[in-house]
Design a protein around this ligand. Structure first.
Ligand SMILES: [Zn+2]
Length: 486
């Protein structure tokens, strides 16, 4: 999950935070970091509760093949032991995949407005013991860190959200509107088995909300021991993959012909390499450019300011696109990633195929993108087709009120940090809630050291102070967005 680029991420879906492009992409030095001092902490009793939930769920191997039932059971038991009644807890196994279990917990409010829903995936990517220096499915405390698969993606946030909802309940806090928490299945792999996807399609009443918070997307960034910025993910590029192929009758290599499948395809790909899709902005990227302009100087600063306004400044966009991180959010990108052609060294190729992977600017459709690729290839003999189904969702246009509420809570813990909306190049569960029409914000309280990202990787860990302040942040944000006092 989480910010910047998808550093060596093996799967296609996860890690929205890695898909956002934040200031750190521009300033990260690569130096080893000392964690900055932690912010405010929860009271001791809540710290212990959060720690114990965290420990117990990290020790469950909730990978795709196993499912989320084990984590769901722990959470249900914990909520019941801490004052939640059966009527406030819904256990929702997926019809076709009963091992994928979702848990929806509701803290009743005064009924002023639609609920705020937090979505938290309980699954993790797998980890092999031989790749790690510590057992991946054992919760280990060592040298100031909690180690184990899921400690940063996202069982830390699961524990923070569960402990915070319980804290509100114990404090007898009655929010203005219901606070709903959906702990969900199979974010890392599934479209079909994905929890939020299942819930919005099959249990809409249970998860209907006026606002969705996904702690799996968006987060604070630490660079060289400093808290640099706090990103709120409000839109994702659309993931689309196309196949480009040429075919003919082939023949013997001793008698070459002009209609060579490899040459034809290569010609189209060369044209694609020289093409760029039109530059675009949306409310999120304009606000983002404005924020990062403050941290830069010279021509780059003027270009970023220019891109924070409409209409799009072509010259500014063109200069900024030299930076690969900025290029990724300035427009649709399509790039050839795989190539295959011919079957034998002495046979003319009867076919050639390339895979072209696109991250499409939100709002552009599959057919528009396909048609552009075909046009750019410039050869009717090159067939362009979509490789796999596409999930699209519109931008959640950043609501100034929600952004101000998030900033207020961020600044109550870490004063002065810029809070900005970002567009992610990766996908998260927010794509399903947005597609269902629910305004969705990626807001995570866990800060990320951009020079030491271990989500999905070896020896995944959470700094202990960071974890506890994630819990405190979650509690404060839950209270702020829920509204009301008691
Ligand atoms: Zn995640």
């Amino acid at each position: 999950m989480r910010f910047l680029k998808e550093y060596a991420m093996p799967d296609l879906r996860c890690c929205p935070k890695l898909g956002a492009i934040a200031i750190a992409a521009i300033v990260a030095s690569g130096a080893a970091n000392v964690p900055p001092p932690a912010g405010p902490m929860p009271p001791p009793e809540n710290r212990k509760l959060a720690h114990d939930i965290f420990r117990d769920i990290v020790e469950v191997r909730s990978v795709h093949d196993v499912g989320t039932k084990g984590v769901a059971d722990i959470l249900v038991r914990t909520f019941k032991a801490n004052g939640f009644s059966d009527s406030e807890i819904s256990v929702v196994p997926e019809t076709a995949y009963p091992h994928q279990v979702n848990v929806v917990v509701r803290l009743k409010g005064k009924g002023h407005g639609k609920a705020v829903m937090w979505i938290c995936h309980m699954d993790v990517v797998d980890a092999r013991a031989e790749d790690w220096t510590l057992p991946p499915f054992k919760f280990t405390e060592k040298d100031g860190y909690f180690y184990g698969r899921g400690t940063s993606d996202m069982k830390d946030e699961d524990a923070a959200v569960a402990a915070s909802l319980i804290r509100l309940k114990k404090e007898r806090f009655v929010p203005d509107r219901d606070i709903v928490v959906a702990f969900t299945a199979d974010e890392e792999v599934g479209l079909e088995q994905d929890g939020p996807n299942f819930l919005v399609k099959n249990r809409r009443a249970l998860v209907d909300a006026g606002l969705v918070i996904n702690p799996d997307g968006g987060s604070g960034e630490i660079v060289d021991g400093k808290r640099l910025d706090f990103a709120v993910e409000t839109v994702q590029k659309t993931y689309m993959t196309f196949k480009m192929e040429t075919a003919n009758k082939g023949g013997h290599s001793s008698e070459p012909r002009p209609d060579n499948a490899i040459y034809e395809l290569a010609g189209g790909l060369t044209k694609l390499s020289q093409f760029h899709f039109p530059y675009k902005t949306n409310a999120t990227t304009r606000a983002y450019f404005q924020t990062i302009a403050m941290t830069t100087s010279g021509q780059k600063r003027s270009d970023l300011f220019a891109m924070s306004k409409l209409p799009v400044d072509e010259a500014a966009a063109s200069r900024l696109s030299k930076d690969i991180s900025l290029n990724a959010i300035l427009h649709t990108t399509c790039v050839a990633t795989m190539l295959k052609g011919g079957v034998q060294e002495n046979a003319l190729p009867s076919s050639a195929t390339a895979i072209v992977q696109c991250r499409v600017f939100p709002g552009e459709t599959v057919e528009q993108t396909r048609a552009t690729l075909a046009k750019v290839a410039g050869n009717p003999g090159i067939k362009v087709s979509l490789l796999a189904p596409v999930q699209e969702a519109k931008e959640t246009v950043p609501d100034p009120k929600v952004m101000a509420q998030v900033a207020k809570v961020v600044h109550s813990m870490w004063p002065g940090v810029p809070v900005m909306p970002v567009m992610a190049a990766g996908a998260s569960d927010s794509i399903f809630t947005r597609a269902a029409g629910l305004p969705s914000y990626g807001v995570g309280g866990g800060w990320w050291d951009v020079n030491d990202i271990r989500a999905h990787g070896r020896d995944e860990r959470a700094e202990i102070g960071n974890f506890h302040q994630t819990v405190e942040f979650t509690y404060r944000l839950m209270k702020e967005l829920g509204g009301g006092n008691s």
